[in-house]
Design a protein around this ligand. Sequence first.
Ligand SMILES: [Zn+2]
Length: 137
Amino acid sequence: MSDDCIFCKIIGKKIPSKILYEDEQVISFLDVYPSAKGHALVLPKNHYQTLLDIPDAELKEVVRIVQKIGAAAMKATKADGFNVVQNNMEAAGQVIHHLHFHVIPRFVNDSLKMHLGSRKAEEEELCEWEKRIKGHL
Ligand SMILES: [Zn+2]
């Protein structure tokens, strides 16, 4: 629990929100700045700053609920698909420093752009990063 964290305040019911799901470890509520209709957040109730900080067992529970909310949001919005987006640290666009997953319903021809895969990598570059990242696993 962090005193200046808006998500901890929502979890503690000090700030109202549209809660979709809640159990002992996980909570899901609607994003008040939605990128699409039905845009939801799923997060652990314990305050962890990023994906690097959460223990395995809790992460598993959070991801299980991401799947559940994704399925429900798809049905409720009649979406054609959905994105799961999870930002770590400010350089990656993390605004609230309490680990959270965005579940964003998507529609054929919606105007949302995720900007992934804009350039094809060279073979040499792929080999280099394959080697370097594997070295840290
Ligand atoms: Zn928090």
